[in-house]
Write a protein that binds this ligand. Sequence first.
Ligand code: SAH
Length: 217
Amino acid sequence: MNLDGIGMTSLRTRMRLINSLRDMGISDEKVLSAMMDTPRHLFVDEGIASHAYDNSSLPIGYGQTISQPYIVALMTQIMLNDRKPAKVLEIGTGSGYQTTVLSKLVGSVYSVERIEPLLKQAKRLHYRLRLRNIYHKLAKGSTYGWPDAGPFDGILVTAAPQTIPEELYAQLAPGGRMLIPSGKENAQELYLIERTSNGFTETSIESVRFVPLIGKN
Ligand code: SAH
């Protein structure tokens, strides 16, 4: 594997992906350029690397998936809201792809994952890519997120609970934005939760399909 891409083909296919994201309504040039700069083929198995720049989710093992690029771009764009949040929490490191895109756009990323081998692999890749503003943690199952490191200016949840866990609200700083899918397996909706000076607002964004957020047990 090399870090630059699979030759020119990958640059061209990456550009094609970025153009289709633009066509689908992603307008934040910083997000588009962070995704242009991120070698997604390194985050999937070599056997499916030729599909890495398709606009689709792909298996990463352990029954989990790397999110669809459009969804990564959409969640990131809405969370940023044309600003540069200092501290962002990601729940569900998975392959580490979304973490990498975030690390180029925010002060620092705190990412938690419950499957240890996935977390280790993502950590190794972030180290190789010399991303120094990412903090990793194995999710213990006794709590959601990373309460000790919060509150966060942004929270991205990349797995879907049936209902939004109460304790995530408390990890959002005033003025902060959380993007979270929620609902039953075939009827999930992506929500934007904003913390305002007098509480929380909830906006429904669009229908989505995520792997389930595993609860505390
Ligand atoms: N952002 C990832 C998407 C990974 S899929 C990427 O870009 O590749 C969602 C991930 O959430 C899975 O790896 C799953 O193991 C993890 N997950 C599910 N429930 C979790 C929980 N309660 N805490 C932390 N991670 C969780």
